[in-house]
Write a protein that binds this ligand. Structure first.
Ligand code: NAG
Ligand code: NAG
Length: 195
C-alpha cells in the first residue's frame, strides 16, 4: 500500500513536472527574501543566462540571452533568445514583465505571449547589483507540489568567478539548492545570436 502511494506520488510529480517543465518539489513554495529597494530601470537591458535550474522548457538551450526594455507605455518588454544545442535552431520568445505592487518591489511576473500556451509566471529578483549579476526565482504551487525555477543572469557572457560567487551568496542566503543548477553554454554563440 505504502509502495503504491509512493508510486502515485511519483506519477503525480512526473505529471506536474511535465506540465510545468520545471523541478517539482514536495511541499509549497518556500519563503524567499526579495529585494527592499529594487530599481527596475537599472535592471533593464541585456542579460546572459549563466546558470539555470534544469527545466524541460529550456532543454538543450544554449546562448540564452534576455533583453528587457521599457516600452514607453508603462510596460516592460522581454525578448529571450536561445539556440537549441542539438538542432542549431534559433528561437525568439517575447513577453512582458509586470511590476505588480510598488515600483521598488522585486516580486514581478513574466508572461510569454509568443508561445503556444501563454504562461504567466512569478519572476522574483532575489538579488542583483544591476551591473554584474542577478538571481531570479520562480515558484508556483500545485497542490502538494511546487515547481521551482531559478536563474543566474550575468551582464557578461563569461562572468568572473568573483561575480558568480556574489550570485551564489544570494542563492545560499535564500536556502536554494545548488544541486539543480546547470551551466548555460555561452560559447561559440556567434555575434548573430547576440542581438
Ligand atoms: C572565461 O573566463 C575564464 C577566466 O575568467 C577563462 O579561463 C575562460 O577561458 C573563459 N572562457 C570563455 C569561453 O571565454
Ligand atoms: C534590446 O532591445 C531594444 C529594443 O528592441 C533594442 O533597441 C536594443 O538594441 C536591444 N539591446 C540589446 C543589447 O540587444
Amino acid at each position: 500500500m505504502r509502495c503504491r502511494q509512493q508510486l502515485v506520488l511519483l506519477t503525480l510529480a512526473a505529471v506536474v513536472a511535465a506540465v510545468a517543465a520545471q523541478v517539482p518539489s514536495l511541499g509549497p513554495c518556500p519563503e524567499m527574501k526579495t529585494m527592499d529597494e529594487f530599481n527596475v530601470n537599472k535592471y533593464l537591458g541585456r542579460w546572459f543566462q549563466a546558470e539555470r535550474y534544469f527545466s524541460l522548457f529550456e532543454f538543450a538551450a544554449k546562448c540564452v540571452i534576455s533583453n528587457y526594455t521599457d516600452s514607453g507605455d508603462g510596460r516592460y518588454l522581454v525578448v529571450n533568445k536561445h539556440v537549441n544545442a542539438l538542432s542549431g535552431l534559433k528561437s525568439v520568445i517575447q513577453g512582458d514583465l509586470h511590476v505588480m505592487g510598488r515600483q521598488d518591489e522585486s516580486k514581478m511576473t513574466i508572461s510569454f505571449t509568443s508561445v503556444p500556451v501563454p504562461m504567466d509566471l512569478p519572476y522574483w529578483v532575489l538579488g542583483t547589483d544591476y551591473d554584474n549579476y542577478a538571481v531570479v526565482w520562480s515558484c508556483s504551487n500545485f497542490g502538494l507540489f511546487s515547481t521551482r525555477n531559478a536563474w543566474i543572469l550575468t551582464r557578461a557572457p563569461n562572468a568572473s568567478l568573483e561575480v558568480m560567487q556574489n550570485a551564489y551568496s544570494v542563492v545560499d542566503r535564500n536556502g536554494i539548492s545548488r544541486a539543480y543548477f546547470i551551466r548555460t553554454d555561452q560559447r561559440n554563440c556567434g555575434e548573430s545570436s547576440r542581438h
